[in-house]
Design a protein around this ligand. Structure first.
Ligand code: ATR
Length: 269
């Protein structure tokens, strides 16, 4: 894939990746390379939106006639779902968006492709979730989408562990109510043993010195360790897993496998 920047003109359509902080985002690199490769007169820029100013940032973007849409990441996936004028099916189940199209009238339309991207990314690396016992750490916006997707793809059991256990409970209830998925349980802790796949969906690992999302001492030797953090590509947790000889799955695959889906939804590709 080319790394050349797209040629930006006064007529270029502007897209954003909204985050806080924004340093960990990868979408601008992927989208701008595709814009250049395909000769599309678009540009994607990182948008740093502190949570307290999110509404003001969005109000401004809604007023920009040349603004096309957003890729959405930590910590805005849930807050932005509430600001959308309409939601697609997965965004409704999850209450979280990772892509928003801005129409010319300023209306916002959101959906969520994280789950599909994650499950497809695993499958491309030869890992199926069907029939598996999965331990998911975290219950935020990305977690909701991944939980719905792994349940829909036939996971036997999904154990959701989160710092704030009421958020894990809420996710479990949403999976039952909105998705008719009954294989999940919510817990406040787990030692990591006896499961096939462990997925980190928390933000732990973004910053140097973060705690590990889960200690690996009791994890079985054949358990797959999957992270969804993209930068750093190899989180401290993945490194620790590899040093222990465990198989790992990197966060970039989830995004790589949904760029076309997001791009088509927001009208960028
Ligand atoms: P995203 O939209 O990308 O999923 P999010 O909705 O802010 O981001 O979710 C972040 C997840 O990381 C949540 O599960 C959060 O736990 P809480 O529900 O308790 O907030 C988890 N998380 C963030 N910081 C954490 C920390 N220091 N320790 C443990 N979990 C953490």
């Amino acid at each position: 894939m080319t790394k050349e920047m797209p040629w930006v003109t006064g007529a270029s359509r502007v897209f954003g990746t909204i985050a806080h902080p924004p340093h960990h985002v990868r979408a601008p690199m992927l989208f701008n390379a595709l814009f250049a490769e395909r000769g599309l007169d678009n540009i994607m820029v990182p948008i740093d939106a502190p949570p307290a100013d999110l509404a003001a940032v969005i109000a401004g973007l809604r007023k920009m006639p040349n603004f096309g849409g957003l890729a959405v990441t930590i910590p805005h996936k849930i807050a932005l779902a509430d600001m959308c004028d309409s939601l697609g099916a997965v965004a409704k189940i999850t209450g979280a968006v990772n892509a928003i199209r801005f129409d010319p009238d300023g209306s916002m339309h959101g959906d969520n492709f994280d789950g599909e991207g994650f499950v497809t990314g695993l499958a491309l690396k030869g890992h199926s979730v069907a029939g598996k016992t999965i331990l998911m750490i975290g219950a935020g916006g990305a977690a909701r989408a991944i939980a719905a997707a792994v349940c829909a793809a036939g996971a036997e059991k999904l154990i959701i562990v989160n710092r704030t256990v009421k958020n894990a409970d809420a996710l479990r209830n949403a999976l039952v109510k909105e998705g008719n998925h009954h294989q999940s349980i919510a817990q406040d802790s787990h030692d990591g043993s006896g499961v096939d796949i462990i997925i980190n969906t928390t933000s732990l690992g973004l910053k140097p010195g973060d705690d590990l999302p889960l200690a690996l001492d009791h994890v079985d030797d054949n358990t797959l360790i999957a992270d969804i953090i993209m930068i750093p590509e190899q989180t401290a947790w993945l490194l620790a897993a590899e040093q222990r000889g465990l198989a790992t799955h990197y966060g970039r695959h989830m995004l790589d496998c949904q760029i076309e889906l997001i791009g088509s939804f927001i009208g960028a590709l």
